[in-house]
Design a protein around this ligand. Structure first.
Ligand code: HAM
Length: 434
């Protein structure tokens, strides 16, 4: 029996057409990061399990991960996210100029139930600032996010950046008498609010938070969508986390980040966040999974060194972003067309093959991409291959071309043909492009 043609459940498999779309998205993201001076880096895929158990949270590190014991008896994990590795690298680097601004495209692995926007192997875009304690860092991160979405021609209304603060959430819960353990549990409950039907969530809330006044406070907090709410402003008037959010909201207004708004219930699922947290969402109903999630984390680098360095950043899912862009028709149509090379070099018979090969190599030296016939089919079949591969220009090499040193460039889009001597192929191509 033949082997299965399917990859393992939830694993990434991108055919060239899908890879073109991903490369386009990755290119745009990288361009946005570079516009702010972020530098690319890489971290390992395989890490000690302890690195993630300590800070990411048990659910992610243990239950939702690929973890195993290797031949040397070490407990390892396929990274479910990048941030703990980033923190370790910053602690280990020694000679860094702070603030550090780094970006990376890690493949991550989570043992989740695959569904729309959720895979087991997925590519993220991470962008972090380390060693900048003020809100200017958060502002810059939001500006990058808005620039990314602008770059794809997405408009506020299709997406939203929603933010809140872990400190604010802890402050409110503390006032209602939550213990630290209950608080951790409460964050997990709040985080799931938009990921399940409201009725189911409310039922779950009551099961998790037995005390009814605490459950009621949690519900009120999780549903609060403005900093001006009289309940919130009265409760937290003197709290620094509340003043920080008011200040941040003002900074966002002044910088024109009109896609961002406060939403108390944004807490994000990872344990290490300590300050402002945020996410980017599709505001339509089709894509429920967040496009991006992030926040400030004060205690991660301190796990590896005596010197603590605060960080703020995000992870953006390429899959979730792609689904969002597809939903709103924001992926350029021409990406659907393959364009593997500028020229297809057809070869009449084997006698001209060496001449054609030398010509192909010299064109490649001149930065013209060339696909040369490898099929040994007749010329008309070679033209068909070029056409099906959407290669715009075809040059056929036969005995006449070898003798004269002149070739005919055929434009498959227009049917136009131009005869030219070999040294002038590039000029002829630029003329035909226009
Ligand atoms: P996260 O919220 O766990 O944060 O993930 C960030 C984004 O990764 C999500 O918003 C989603 O788009 C994407 N993502 C997560 N899980 C999956 C999955 N199973 N399939 C497809 N996409 C997924 C973090 O990972 C933090 N380390 C981000 C961060 C960086 N915080 C500070 N710096």
């Amino acid at each position: 029996m033949p082997l299965s043609r399917k990859p393992l459940k939830g694993m990434r498999e991108l055919f060239p057409g899908e890879k073109r779309v991903e490369d386009y998205i990755v290119g745009q993201l990288s361009k946005a990061g570079s516009a702010y001076g972020f530098e690319a880096y890489e971290a390992p895929v395989l890490e000690p399990l302890d690195l993630f158990l300590a800070k990411s949270g048990r659910e992610l590190a243990k239950d939702q991960s690929y973890n195993f014991t290797d031949k040397g008896g070490r407990n390892l994990i396929m990274r479910p996210e990048l941030t703990p590795s980033t923190a370790r690298m910053v602690a280990a680097a020694g000679e860094l100029i702070f603030p550090v601004k780094w970006m990376s495209f890690p493949l991550c692995y989570r043992y989740e139930n695959p569904q729309r926007g959720r895979a087991r192997e997925f590519l993220q875009f991470n962008l972090d600032i380390l060693g900048a304690d003020g809100l200017e860092a958060e502002l810059e991160i939001f500006l990058v996010l808005q620039r990314i979405m602008d770059g794809f021609s997405a408009v506020p209304g299709q997406y939203a950046i929603r933010y809140s603060s872990r400190k604010l959430a802890s402050g409110v819960l503390l006032k209602y008498g939550f213990t630290p353990l209950e608080m951790q549990n409460a964050f997990a409950v709040i985080d799931k609010k938009d990921r399940m039907p409201l009725e189911k969530w409310e039922k779950w809330l009551q099961e998790e938070i037995a005390d009814s006044s605490k459950a009621e406070a949690l519900l009120k907090f999780a549903s609060c969508g403005t900093l001006n709410s009289s309940w919130l402003s009265k409760l937290m008037a003197d709290d620094p986390a509340y003043s920080e959010l008011l200040k941040f909201s003002n900074m966002l207004d002044r910088a024109g980040v009109d896609s961002a708004s406060f939403e108390a219930g944004v807490v994000r699922g990872l344990d290490y966040y300590t300050g402002i947290v945020f996410e980017v969402l599709d505001t339509g109903g089709e894509n429920r999974r967040s496009i991006c999630g992030g926040g400030r984390y004060d205690n991660l680098v301190g796990m590896f060194s005596n010197q603590n360095v605060s960080g703020v950043g995000f992870g953006l899912g390429i899959l979730t972003l792609k689904l969002f862009l597809q939903t709103y028709g924001l992926i350029p149509d021409d990406l659907a067309l393959s364009h593997p090379a500028d020229i297809f070099l057809a070869v009449c018979t084997d006698e001209q093959r060496e001449f054609a090969l030398n010509l192909a190599e010299s064109l490649r030296d001149a930065d013209i991409s060339v696909e040369m016939d490898l099929s040994r089919k007749n010329l008309s079949k070679q033209f068909k291959i070029a056409d099906r591969k959407a290669i715009r220009y075809v040059v056929a090499i036969g005995p006449d071309e070898v003798d004269s040193g002149n070739v005919t460039i055929r434009d498959m889009n227009t049917g136009e043909s131009v005869e030219v001597d070999i040294p002038h192929i590039r000029d002829a191509l630029s003329m035909m492009e226009n």
